[in-house]
Design a protein around this ligand. Structure first.
Ligand code: NAD
Length: 499
C-alpha cells in the first residue's frame, strides 16, 4: 500500500516513525494508501532547514523569484491531467471540478509571477529638508500553512504563492485526508527551480499543528479549515506571538427575489449546492425565496432539476458530483438529514441510502432537499458540508437580508434579482464578507482577496491578492536625511517635525 511521506528539503522522506493514517478512494470506499503522521521532530527538521536557507532566498531578486512562479505554472499545466486525476481519486470530486480546483490555485500563482511590481513600496521625496521617506515589504522568515481536505490544490497555492514569491520559506501541513496533490505540488516547485529547503511538507494531524503553533521559529500561520479549529489555531497562534489568519466554516445563503430569472437561478443553485457534493466553503446550502409564490415555483423547479442530477464515481465524466471524503463524513451528513426530519423540516428529496452500482462501498449521499427550514433548527445554524439544500422561506426582502446577516457564519452570500436597486441595498446591508449578484459562488479572482466575516474567518487579513501578500510580509519604513551640511539649529531633544 502506498505511503504518502513528508517532503523535506526536496525529497520524499522514507517513513521512519510509527504513526500513519489511512487515505481512501472515496468512490470505491477502499483504502488507497497511508499518510505519514508527523511529530514535533519532523516539523523541527523542516523548520531548521528552512530557516537556514531563507535569508538566501529573500536575497534573490524578486524577478528571479517570479520566474520560479512562471515555471511552476508551466509545470502544473504540463501535468494538469495527472494532477486532476490524482486529486479526484483521493478526494472524490469529479475530474472537471479537480481541474477547476487546480486552475483557481494557478491563478494565484499567475498573480505571484508579478511579484516585483506587487512588492514595490511607497516613496516620498523631500518629506523635509534633505529628507526622503520610503517603505518596503520584507518577508517574515519561515511561515506555515495548514490546509483542509476540500481543495487540495487551490488552498495550498493560495498560501505558497504569496509566501514564497515574497521571499519566505514555507512549511505546508496539508489535510491528512487528501495529502497526495500537495506533496506533488511541492515537488513541482523544486523542479521549477525553488531552492530545495525553502518548501517543506510535513504531513500529519493535530500533533503537527500543535508543533507549528509552538515552534518559536515560525513567524506566521495561515490556516483554512472548520471554525472551531480555526478559532483555536488563531487564539493559540497569536498568544504565541505569531501572525495568524484562520479561515473557517460557512453557511452561504442564496436569496431569490420574485423577479429573478428562475431558469438561471435554479441552474446556478443546483451547481452551487450539490457541486463537489457540497464540500465547498463557498457552496450554497441555503436558499431563501422571497414570498410564498416564489418559494413554491422555486421548489418545483429544484425538484425537477435534482431528478436530472447524476451522482457518480469521481472518474465518471458524466457525473455532476461524486462521493464525500470519508465514511465518517457520510455518516455525519446522514445524521444531519435525520436531525432535519426530527426538527420538523420537510424532507422533499432524501439522498440517504443512495447506492451506485459497482461502487456499493463508496461514500455517496444523493442530493437532498429540505423545505420549511427555520432559523431555530440546528440543521440551519450548523454547517453540514454535504449535498443538502435547505429552503428557508422569507416573507419580505427585509427578512431575507436579515437571515445571512444574523447567521454565525459570514463567508459568502448571493442574491438573484433583475432589480439593481434591490441588489445594491442588499450589497450594502448584508453582514457577509463576499457577495454575489446573480453569481452563486462569488469567490474573488486572484488579484482581489478572499475572506469571510464572523465565524468564517479569524484575523484581519484575507487570503491571496494584495492582502495575502501583506499577510506574508512586514513593512519596513525608512526615513533618510542627506543634509548638505548647511543646516543649523536642529534641537535633537525635541520630537523631530518636518516643519
Ligand atoms: P478541519 O478543520 O477538520 O481540518 C483543517 C486542518 O486542521 C487540517 O489540516 C487538519 O489536519 C487540521 N486539524 C484537524 N483537527 C485538528 C485539531 N483538533 N487541532 C489542530 N488541527 C486540526 O477541516 P476540513 O474538514 O479538512 O475542511 C472542511 C472545513 O474547512 C469546512 O468547515 C469548510 O467550510 C472549511 N473551509 C473553509 C474555507 C475558507 O476559506 N473559509 C475554505 C475551504 C474549507
Amino acid at each position: 500500500m502506498e505511503l504518502i511521506p513528508h517532503f523535506l528539503s526536496g525529497e520524499r522522506v522514507p517513513h521512519g516513525q510509527t504513526r500513519t493514517g489511512p487515505v481512501f478512494n472515496p468512490s470505491t470506499g477502499m483504502q488507497s494508501g497511508r499518510v505519514a503522521l508527523g511529530n514535533a521532530d519532523d516539523l523541527n527538521r523542516a523548520v531548521m532547514a528552512a530557516k537556514t536557507a531563507q535569508p538566501r532566498w529573500a536575497a534573490v531578486n524578486p524577478q528571479r523569484r517570479a520566474r520560479v512562479m512562471f515555471r511552476f505554472k508551466e509545470l502544473i499545466e504540463r501535468d494538469m491531467e495527472a494532477l486532476a486525476r490524482l486529486l479526484s481519486v483521493e478526494h472524490g470530486k469529479v475530474i472537471a471540478d479537480s481541474r477547476g480546483d487546480i486552475l483557481r490555485g494557478l491563478e494565484v500563482i499567475e498573480f505571484c509571477a508579478g511579484i516585483p511590481h506587487a512588492l514595490k513600496g511607497e516613496y516620498t521625496q523631500g518629506a523635509g529638508p534633505g529628507i526622503d521617506v520610503y517603505s518596503m515589504r520584507v518577508p517574515l522568515g519561515v511561515v506555515a500553512g495548514i490546509t483542509p481536505f476540500n481543495f487540495p490544490a487551490m488552498i495550498p497555492m493560495w498560501m505558497m504563492g504569496p509566501a514564497l514569491a515574497a521571499g519566505n520559506a514555507f512549511i505546508l501541513k496539508p489535510s491528512e485526508r487528501a495529502p497526495s496533490v500537495p506533496v506533488r505540488l511541492a515537488e513541482l516547485l523544486i523542479e521549477a527551480g525553488l531552492p530545495q529547503d525553502i518548501m517543506q511538507v510535513v504531513n500529519g494531524d493535530k500533533e503537527v499543528v500543535d508543533a507549528i503553533i509552538n515552534h518559536p521559529d515560525i513567524a506566521a500561520i495561515s490556516f483554512v479549515g472548520s471554525s472551531d479549529i480555526a478559532h483555536s489555531v488563531y487564539a493559540r497562534g497569536t498568544a504565541a506571538g505569531k501572525r495568524v489568519q484562520a479561515m473557517g466554516g460557512a453557511k452561504n445563503h442564496g436569496i431569490i427575489m420574485p423577479d429573478a430569472d428562475l431558469d438561471q437561478a435554479v441552474s446556478d443553485i443546483i451547481g452551487a449546492a450539490y457541486g463537489s457534493a457540497g464540500e465547498r466553503c463557498m457552496a450554497l446550502p441555503v436558499v431563501v425565496p422571497v414570498g410564498e409564490e416564489t418559494a413554491d415555483r422555486l421548489r418545483g423547479r429544484l425538484v425537477e432539476a435534482i431528478s436530472g442530477l447524476r451522482v457518480g464515481s469521481a472518474l465518471d465524466p458524466e457525473a455532476h458530483y461524486g462521493p464525500l471524503i470519508t465514511a465518517h463524513h457520510k455518516a455525519r451528513v446522514e445524521h444531519y438529514i435525520q436531525m432535519g426530519v426530527d426538527e420538523g423540516a420537510e424532507l422533499v428529496v432524501d439522498g440517504r441510502d443512495f447506492e451506485l452500482q459497482g461502487y456499493e462501498q463508496g461514500f455517496f449521499v444523493g442530493p437532498t432537499l429540505f423545505d420549511h427550514v427555520t432559523t431555530k433548527m440546528q440543521t440551519y445554524t450548523d454547517e453540514i458540508f454535504g449535498p443538502v439544500l435547505q429552503i428557508v422561506r422569507a416573507k419580505t426582502f427585509e427578512e431575507a437580508v436579515a437571515l445571512p446577516s444574523a447567521h454565525q457564519y459570514g463567508n459568502g452570500v448571493a442574491i438573484f434579482t433583475r432589480n439593481g436597486h434591490a441588489a445594491r441595498e442588499f450589497i450594502q446591508r448584508v453582514d457577509v464578507g463576499m457577495v454575489g449578484v446573480n453569481v452563486p459562488v462569488p469567490v474573488p479572482v486572484a488579484y482581489h482577496s478572499f475572506g469571510g466575516w464572523k465565524r468564517s474567518a479569524f484575523g484581519d487579513m484575507n487570503q491571496y491578492g494584495m492582502e495575502g501578500l501583506r499577510f506574508f510580509t512586514k513593512t519596513k519604513l525608512v526615513t533618510q536625511r542627506w543634509p548638505d551640511g548647511s543646516a543649523t539649529g536642529n534641537n535633537a531633544f525635541l520630537i523631530p517635525t518636518m516643519a
